[in-house]
Design a binder for this molecule. Structure first.
Ligand SMILES: [Fe+2]
Ligand SMILES: [Fe+2]
Length: 310
């Protein structure tokens, strides 16, 4: 990279630090700099269970490449957005997703140290999404982003609402997931509203969700199997079956999301119809309020970044 290009990036970063446009519309990118240490972190952070812990690592492995894909899909249409509020929301969305990719990379590195093939699977997903970017129209890529943002929003909402996750998960690692869950709901309307502005085609939106769902679960299934195999747990059938029931059983994580998932197919659907305003106020306070569990970490990470830029 040339010196001029590096300087321009630094200047842009300075501007972004001074005026976080997303913050004006309640979508502030928050820097956190998570550090995970394999000597102190829990390998089976979720319910002390190999299957369920591997499931969350599988999900996390999808984020760096996946969220970069979302950002590129939305950024492509940024020039077509004239409404100042939506412009600010897009800025917030891009900033938040960039931070998520960075912090999940840090957690995925920990997974790699524990022996999970997170790097290899990240590359596999990169290739898959590279092919999608190369061979499909931009509007399909945006529509796929809208579908996947619906998934992240409803999974994240459940993570914030359902106290049982907090009883089952290691509190330190859970902070990463709660922060991500909060921000997924803060920006859940953005990709949707951009899509509505530049296309709004109902059939494409609803029609995209079906292959996206099939591919989403196929990727999760294949990645999960590889995570378990690397841990020597693939043939631990009894526990794996218990894990599958935890996800897809009668009161399973995904089963509970079914009604919210189906709402997406209504012609008049909008993500804001799943009202999370009060939930988000509560979690902003719990994570970043005066006594917030991430307030200090966020302040320290922001200070560190400011010092680097000056
Ligand atoms: Fe995200
Ligand atoms: Fe998102």
């Amino acid at each position: 990279m040339t010196t001029t290009a590096t300087n321009t990036i630094k200047q842009n970063e300075k501007k972004a630090e001074k005026v976080p446009l997303g913050a004006t519309v309640n979508i502030p990118p928050r820097r956190l700099d998570f550090e995970f240490d394999e000597n102190t972190a829990k390998r089976y952070f979720y319910a002390d269970d190999p299957f369920l812990s591997a499931f969350w690592i599988t999900l996390s492995t999808l984020f760096p490449e996946g969220e970069d894909f979302f950002v590129q899909a939305v950024r492509h249409y940024r020039k077509d957005i004239t409404d100042p509020t939506l412009k600010a929301q897009v800025a917030g969305f891009i900033g938040q997703e960039a931070m998520h990719s960075k912090e999940h990379e840090a957690w995925n590195e920990l997974g790699q140290k524990f022996g999970y093939p997170t790097e290899k699977l990240d590359k596999t997903l990169g290739k898959l999404l590279g092919a999608v970017k190369k061979y499909t129209p931009k509007i399909f890529q945006l529509s796929a982003t809208v579908s996947l943002e619906h998934y992240t929003a409803i999974i994240a909402e459940q993570l914030l609402r359902d106290e049982s996750h907090r009883e089952l998960a290691d509190p330190e690692t859970l902070k990463l997931w709660l922060w991500h869950a909060l921000e997924e709901n803060e920006h859940k309307t953005v990709a949707y509203d951009v899509y509505e502005k530049v296309s709004g085609n109902y059939l494409l939106r609803a029609g995209t969700m079906i292959p996206v769902t099939v591919i989403f679960f196929a990727v999760i299934g294949v990645f999960q199997a590889q995570m378990l195999a690397s841990d020597g747990k693939l043939l631990n059938l009894r526990n794996n079956w218990k894990g599958v029931k935890f996800l897809f059983g009668r009161k399973g994580l995904f089963t509970q999301l079914w009604p919210q998932y189906l709402d997406f197919f209504k012609p008049g659907f909008h993500p804001s119809q799943h009202d999370t305003d009060a939930l988000l106020d509560e979690w902003r306070e719990r994570l970043f309020g005066a006594e917030g569990m991430l307030t200090e970490q966020h302040e320290q990470a922001s200070q560190k970044k400011k010092k680097k830029l000056h």
